[in-house]
Ligand binder design. Structure first.
Ligand code: ASP
Length: 307
């Protein structure tokens, strides 16, 4: 059995994505009935708030047959001052096959992975990475267009608070590895320095500009106020005017995504969240199949990802 960590999507290849999405599709078609994770133990350690990711991982692990242990900051010895590394070593000795970790510090999942033989799945580390979110986004988008190969050459605009977004840092390399063209739509105050240095992506000034650029999908990010150290936008109303996705942006065939939780009327107008072209509910459903697939590959319970 070979464990494999899922820490980042930086450097992910097209073939790796295809393998994960193929297995996710098998899960969507009923693979969980075979309970491939039977006899494996998955530990969920969520040390930062989560609604859909925590629930989704728990259901995904249970449906695939795993035993599940859940820890949170409040109920665990971390609240008594135990270090993350000591907590990880304890879970390792209890026999966890996979450790799903959410933590407020970027790099926490990589640190954990150095101290356990369990496969570490990063469920969001500060402003770092959120790989399974990006995988489920890709899955939902691919399914809406008829399959993985349909992503190739399509244009997607990633809109909003890119600076503080671990989702952006995962979804951008995933889109690019799938062959998509990516543009960024954000005020300069919400763009990281890497944009100029290494990403080499076009930066547009508004969602209207993204539509004019030919975007076929708009990926709206939440304004991460809890991670902002000062005012980054003049006002929410002004932000929404340039960076909010609204009815007027939804030409025929446009796809709208958001990782949730949505600030309605800020990142996406309320009517659009419920519009048939919004993939937000599909993203949530995709999370179950994709996370079952990731846990299966991470624990070596099924085929290996090609090197
Ligand atoms: N739920 C996603 C995350 O945990 C997106 C967000 O919170 O804005 O990163």
């Amino acid at each position: 059995m070979v464990n494999r960590d899922f820490l980042t999507l930086e450097g992910v290849s097209r073939e790796e994505l295809r393998t994960i999405l193929d297995l996710s599709r098998d899960y969507a078609a009923g693979l969980s009935e075979e309970r491939p994770l039977s006899g494996r133990t998955v530990c969920l350690a969520f040390f930062e708030s989560s609604t859909r990711t925590a629930a989704s991982f728990e259901l995904a692990a249970r449906r695939a047959g795993a035993d599940v242990v859940s820890l949170s900051q409040k109920g665990s010895s971390l609240s008594k001052g135990e270090s993350l590394v000591d907590t990880v070593v304890t879970l390792d000795r209890l026999g966890a096959d996979a450790l799903v970790l959410r933590h407020p510090a970027a790099g926490a999942a990589s640190l954990a992975a150095r101290h356990t033989g369990a496969a570490v799945v990063n469920a969001g580390d500060g402003c770092g990475q959120h790989p399974t979110q990006a995988l489920l986004d890709l899955y939902a988008l691919a399914e809406s267009w008829g399959g993985f190969d349909e992503l190739d050459g399509r244009r997607v605009a990633v809109v909003g608070d890119i600076l503080h977004s671990r989702v952006a840092r995962s979804v951008i390399p995933a889109f690019r590895a799938a062959g998509m063209e990516v543009s960024l739509v954000a005020p300069r105050t919400l763009l990281p320095r890497e944009v100029e240095a290494s990403w080499g992506l076009p930066v547009l000034g508004s969602v209207d500009d993204a539509v004019a650029w030919g975007a076929e999908a708009l990926y709206a990010l939440r304004l991460q106020r809890e991670r902002m150290t000062g005012a980054r936008v003049p006002s929410v109303a002004e932000y929404a005017a340039y960076y909010g996705v609204a009815e007027r942006h939804l030409g025929p065939g446009m796809r709208v995504l958001h990782p949730g939780p949505v600030n309605r009327g800020v990142e996406i107008s309320g009517d659009v969240v419920l519009d048939g072209r919004s993939l937000v509910p599909d993203q949530v459903s995709a999370g179950l199949s994709v996370r079952s697939a990731v846990l299966t590959l991470a624990t070596g319970a099924r085929q290996e990802i090609p090197a």
